[in-house]
Design a protein around this ligand. Structure first.
Ligand code: NOJ
Ligand code: CA
Length: 700
């Protein structure tokens, strides 16, 4: 270890260590840690010689022990690590984990208490966590708040969504510290969610300084602890951790020894580095699953979009069930005739998947309990081993197997997570008995009967527990409305995807502007892949439940690019088979595009505006490029330096046709094939709200 990396300063005349600093391996980031006059630990972070975070306090408020003041530094430990690991799936086949670490051991008397704060400084940012060792005093702590501050230096630009204990399905604001109050006040309140009173935002949050430094603030390895929001002071440009409480106001119940999640700051003056950063994954533990051979990235279609758009199809089998709440025998109910999870229709999707090489078919609305799901009255229980009378599971199971297609199970809990946890083993066994190996879970609504928030400690534990227990059954998980991801997919690689943001379904509920998918990769996706549901070809939609129509914020070609810019190992082709059949040449791209990569190169990026990325297929030498823009037309420059020299290449370009525009001409696309060379710079026009998707194959 190089001595110069670490310096211990002794304050004149004081025999205790008061300040410690370390740098990132490349020296660009400098972390300082000290203990102030009140004995409160503080840190600051400089990037390329300029402060990013000014002195910011650290500590945890508990009912039993004051873990915020009275401390002195007992000792410090340093460590340099440079290692690589191989993800089961993802954007890269190998990830470098390279950091300098500083562990600051703190102690205080009256009452006796100890706390270690561990910092890791990477070339692309900082992570730190609190480690609570077994104490001489109480070993169960009731956490009421966390002191962690992030004091920024100026009126930075912020990309933010409002603080909310229950949902993150919001559009993003591009604002500043000083304008944040106005931006946050403009959001409507969700009826079933608890917005935080006061000025609070969610993580992952993105900041941009006037000097052009980007900072992504989030957390890693969220286990056994509530999610973190951030309270913002728009005048002093400071932020403070705000832990999601339970309904009694308690944030966490801890037993020592305990390590909190890592608080993370990804920092760079190049926006592309924020997208490429693997810092959050690096701060998570390696896979707990030894044999990962059964974990298979996949594409899927689903009996799903029919319920959002079109002619008011329903998840429920019957309409008269509400009027007969006591009836438990579903065969006694009148079918409503608008229930797409029926044998014939599912068979149609299986045929479509088989004919097009799509791995899976998700079926929503297959099981008992949907009759009042959206009203949250819960006089119906969701049962996860009881198919509706018109869903012939044994037949479909065998039919899918014969066609080489996997059925994907859906478990909507309507937020009754406690009941779901009780049914879980039975539900997973039922899946295995019927040849399912992937589940999409859902938690729409308020959490009952425990009245927990969606991102409280109990729900964080629940979501992780579902992934862990699913692994015991060799089941892959895609969770919706679960706490936003923090890189746990490294530890539980069967947790392929999550929603945890405003997804593509909102195209039928108000719309997503083109900028939305230009900010998600900088924010939500840093925690892990998103089940965004790309692949929308019919962009004129009749809205969910309203009878209104709207225009999705996208061109058709852009939807193809999303397979690259929103990478996920569990990737949907969201539209109806009949819409894909109308555009078979464009659908070819969805058939071809991989969902697992050996390398990724972010070529151009600016949050909320544009992203251009190239990825190499994990299982072939093919490269794919995706480029998207916001509502402005743009010419992407695609530098093909990533192609190995010496080869000849052919690019198949799926692009917006001249005159395409998301509002007025979204389905105008064209496909052309051109010869390309390594090092060539392709100029690729993108329409307003548009995009381009390219497959590059070596031809000799
Ligand atoms: C919300 C989910 O995001 C969506 O994908 C699902 O279809 C509905 N809940 C019903 O479970
Ligand atoms: Ca959702």
């Amino acid at each position: 270890m190089k001595k110069t990396l670490f310096s211990l300063f002794m304050l004149a005349g004081v025999m205790e260590m008061m300040a410690v600093s370390i740098t990132s391996p490349n020296g660009a980031l400098l972390l300082n840690v000290n203990v102030n006059a009140q004995g409160t630990p503080e840190y600051s972070l400089d990037y390329k010689g300029k402060p990013i975070v000014k002195d910011s306090k650290l500590g945890i408020m508990t009912q039993e022990l004051p873990l915020t003041e009275g401390f002195h530094i007992v000792s410090t430990d340093t460590l340099s690590v440079d290692r690589t690991w191989e993800p089961v799936w993802g954007e890269y086949s190998e990830v470098r984990d390279h950091f300098n670490e500083l562990a600051v051991k703190l102690a205080a008397e009256n009452p006796q208490r100890e706390l270690t704060i561990r910092f890791r400084v990477f070339d692309d940012g900082l992570g730190f966590r609190y480690e609570l060792p077994v104490q001489d005093g109480p070993n169960y702590l009731t956490v009421t708040d966390e002191l962690t501050e992030f004091n920024y230096t100026d009126n930075h630009k912020l990309f933010a969504i409002p603080g909310d204990y229950d949902t993150d399905e919001y559009l993003w604001s591009e604002t500043t510290f000083e304008e944040l109050p106005e931006a946050m006040a403009s959001y409507a309140r969700h009826s079933e969610a608890q917005r935080v009173d006061g000025l609070t935002v969610q993580t992952p949050l993105l900041l941009k300084t006037k000097d052009g430094v980007y900072v992504n603030a989030h957390e890693a390895a969220l286990i056994g602890y509530p999610a973190m929001l951030l309270d913002v002071d728009p005048q002093t440009y400071s932020m403070k951790s705000h832990l999601v409480p339970d309904r009694l106001g308690v944030s966490a119940y801890l037993q020592m020894p305990f390590n909190t999640p890592w608080r993370t700051l990804i920092v760079s003056d190049d926006a592309r580095d924020i997208l490429a950063s693997q810092l959050i994954l690096n701060l998570n533990e390696p896979s707990k699953i030894e044999d990962t051979s059964w974990i298979k990235p996949m594409k899927f279609v689903g009996v799903w979009w029919e319920m959002f758009t079109g002619n008011q199809k329903t998840w429920a089998y019957s309409d008269d069930h509400l009027a007969k709440p006591g009836v438990t025998d579903y065969t006694k109910l009148t079918p409503n005739g608008r229930h797409p999870a029926n044998t014939e229709n599912v068979k149609r999707y299986i045929d479509f998947a088989a004919a097009n090489g799509i791995d899976g078919v998700l079926v929503e609305g297959w099981n008992e309990g949907w009759e009042d799901w959206a009203s949250y009255r819960k006089n119906r229980q969701f049962l996860f081993d009881k198919p509706y009378p018109d869903f012939d599971l044994p037949y479909l199971r065998d039919y899918a197997a014969e066609k080489g297609v996997k059925l994907i199970m859906h478990h909507e809990t309507a937020a009754n997570a406690a009941d779901y946890a009780l049914q879980l083993d039975r539900a997973f066994q039922f899946m295995k008995d019927n040849n399912y190996d992937a589940v999409k879970t859902g938690y729409v609504g308020a959490i009952i009967p425990r009245s927990e928030h969606h991102t409280s400690q109990w729900m964080v534990d629940h979501a992780r527990d579902v992934a862990e227990r699913a692994a015991e059954y060799q089941i892959m998980v895609d969770s919706h409305e679960a706490p936003r991801p923090t890189g746990l997919c490294r530890t539980y690689p069967n947790w392929l995807a999550q929603e945890s943001a405003r997804g593509g379904e909102f195209e039928s509920m108000g719309g997503n502007p083109p900028s939305h998918t230009c900010i998600l990769p900088f924010t939500r996706l840093k925690g892990g892949p998103m089940d965004y549901t790309p692949g929308l070809f019919e962009t004129r939609l009749s809205y969910y439940g309203e009878g209104k129509t709207g225009q999705a914020g996208t061109t058709l070609a852009r939807q193809l690019a999303l397979y690259l810019t929103m990478p996920s190992p569990m990737q949907m082709a969201c539209d109806l088979p009949e819409n894909y059949e109308r555009f078979p040449d464009a659908f070819q791209f969805i058939k071809d595009v991989p969902v697992d990569w050996s390398d990724s190169k972010y070529l151009e990026a600016e949050p909320n505006q544009y992203i251009t990325v190239a990825r190499r297929d994990k299982h072939s030498d093919d490269w794919y490029v995706g480029a998207i823009t916001d509502d402005k037309a743009r010419t992407a420059t695609i530098d093909l330096s990533f192609l190995p020299r010496g080869g000849k290449y052919e690019a198949t370009i799926y692009e917006d046709a001249p005159g395409a525009d998301w509002k007025s001409n979204p389905q105008a696309y064209r496909i052309r094939t051109v010869k390309v060379k390594p090092g060539q710079k392709l100029k690729q026009p993108l329409a307003p709200g548009g995009g381009a998707a390219i497959r590059i194959q070596r031809v000799s």
